[in-house]
Design a protein around this ligand. Structure first.
Ligand code: GAP
Length: 444
């Protein structure tokens, strides 16, 4: 993880928030390559969930919601972590993360000091809206994007003539006052979620739950993730959220071990029933095709962290490869083997020399590719070094422009993973890149 954190900073993927003031815990900033990667991951998920699914539409709900939302959802009452403090060193722990022996003895795992009694700590960030800071003006930063979907489900049905079964997808920020934020961007106070809520007829929920588990697993395969680094974890009775009838996590083997990446949950009719109760509005679905049958739909949820997925993609792509045997640093290259559709830069155009018109020619080629691909242009330093820089950024293709380009209009196309090079006509570049992206298999 240290290597990944350091690469992420060095190459402008992720910076510490407010670094010049000593940093703000639980928050991170995404640099030039990071925002491209994040947008690409979000775009791939959005395409999969909306464009490729006839029965799913999108939504972008506000972060600030009516405070009754969080009473109805159960977050005011239940969204808590058990918290203990060390009276001596003042460290703070989640009770469920303290080793059993320390907990049994009520001793701090760090310094052996006495632990306080356990108290419930609500993870929602609370603030006030408007000028007065009293209880009537309490507002929460949403701890999940899901509730924005539930409260809009009737709007979506009415405006878009949706029929059950159907889904609503949303990507957006969520906030949790996490007690322990470590492991880089894995668990943060400000993060982004990619959530999809699928509304189904009661009784068909288990079948749809299985179907969504199947689809989400297939999605990671399509994204080129190492499948032996993924596994399912079914929630035991003690782990199930207050709204869930059944839940599976997709876990990824991060450097610190197996951890949750995404959850697939059968939320039953809990949310819509609660919103009916708290808002007084009828949340029943009226099935016009079944003699106006009325029911509260069940909800199957797929919920992935966008920023956590970005960490997973970084870990999954990270590789160090021996490429020479000279006995110095140049023997090794660090390479991010991103799927080309996720890579922040798809193609870098590099003139062999700055002189003799090669730079101009390379810029011209970049200009041709720019409209359709994320491109970079680099003319600084030896060509070998420039390839290494692009390897570290995860750029799958480099195009080198040399003297032969001037003569016969061909360029060298270099592949990041195999480091193989091929001479192709400049005119065929765009079509070839599109073909390579589509046919990409890890290892080429
Ligand atoms: N709507 C259901 C829900 O929010 P969750 O398991 O609490 O379920 C879903 O969160 C996903 O959101 C997790 O699998 C994880 O990827 C991401 N996530 C949750 N808390 C996070 C945090 N503090 N930092 C980063 N990602 C987080």
């Amino acid at each position: 993880m240290e290597k990944i954190t350091s690469l992420a900073k060095r190459r402008g993927f992720v910076f510490q928030s407010s670094e010049i003031y000593g940093g703000q815990g639980g928050a991170w900033d995404y640099g030039p390559l990071g925002i491209e990667l994040k947008n690409r991951i979000a775009g791939a998920w959005w395409k999969e969930m909306t464009r490729l699914c006839d029965d799913i539409v999108g939504l972008d709900a506000a972060i600030l919601m009516h405070p009754r939302t969080w009473e109805a959802s159960g977050h005011v009452e239940n969204f808590t972590d058990p918290l203990v403090d060390c009276k001596k060193c003042k460290s703070r722990f989640r009770e469920d993360q303290i080793p059993e022996e320390s907990l049994a003895a009520r001793k701090c795992p760090d310094c052996g000091g006495e632990l306080t009694d356990t108290r419930k700590f609500n993870l929602m960030f609370k603030s006030h809206i408007g000028a007065a800071e009293d209880s009537a003006n309490v507002i929460y930063l949403r701890p999940e994007t899901a509730q924005g979907i539930f409260v809009n489900y009737k709007n979506v049905i009415q405006s878009n003539r949706m029929k059950i079964p159907f889904g609503i997808a949303q990507i957006g920020k969520a906030f949790r006052n996490e007690i322990v934020t470590k492991n880089f961007i894995f668990r943060t106070c400000e993060f982004e979620q990619m959530e999809m809520q699928f509304f189904v007829k009661p009784g068909s929920d288990e079948q749809w739950f299985d179907e969504w588990r199947r689809r989400r697993w297939a999605y990671y395969e399509k994204m080129g993730v190492k499948m032996d680094s993924l596994r399912w974890h079914r929630h035991g009775a003690d782990e199930l959220a207050h709204y869930a009838k059944d839940a599976y996590d997709i876990q990824y083997l991060f450097p610190m071990g197996w951890r949750e990446l995404e959850g697939v949950h059968n939320r039953t009719d809990y949310d819509l029933k609660r919103h009916t109760e708290y808002s007084g509005k009828d949340m029943q679905y009226i099935d016009q095709d079944a003699g106006s049958e009325r029911y509260i739909p069940y909800i199957i949820e797929t919920s992935a962290g966008l920023t956590r997925t970005l960490l997973m993609i970084l870990c999954d792509a990270y590789d160090e490869e021996k490429v020479a045997d000279k006995g110095n640093d140049d023997d090794w290259r660090t390479v991010l083997r991103f799927h080309p559709s996720l890579a922040p830069i798809t193609v870098a155009v590099l003139p062999l020399m700055k002189k003799d018109g090669l730079a101009e020619l390379a810029r011209d080629i970049r200009g041709e590719l720019q409209e359709d691909f994320a491109t970079d242009y680099d003319q600084g330093g030896a060509i070998g070094r420039r390839y290494r820089r692009q390897d570290e950024a995860g750029t799958p293709f480099c195009v080198t422009v040399d003297y032969q380009t001037k003569e016969d209009g061909t360029v060298t196309l270099r592949f990041r993973d195999s480091m193989e090079q091929e001479r192709i006509p400049r005119a065929e570049l765009a079509a070839r890149l599109r073909q390579e992206i589509k046919a990409y298999k890890r290892g080429r």
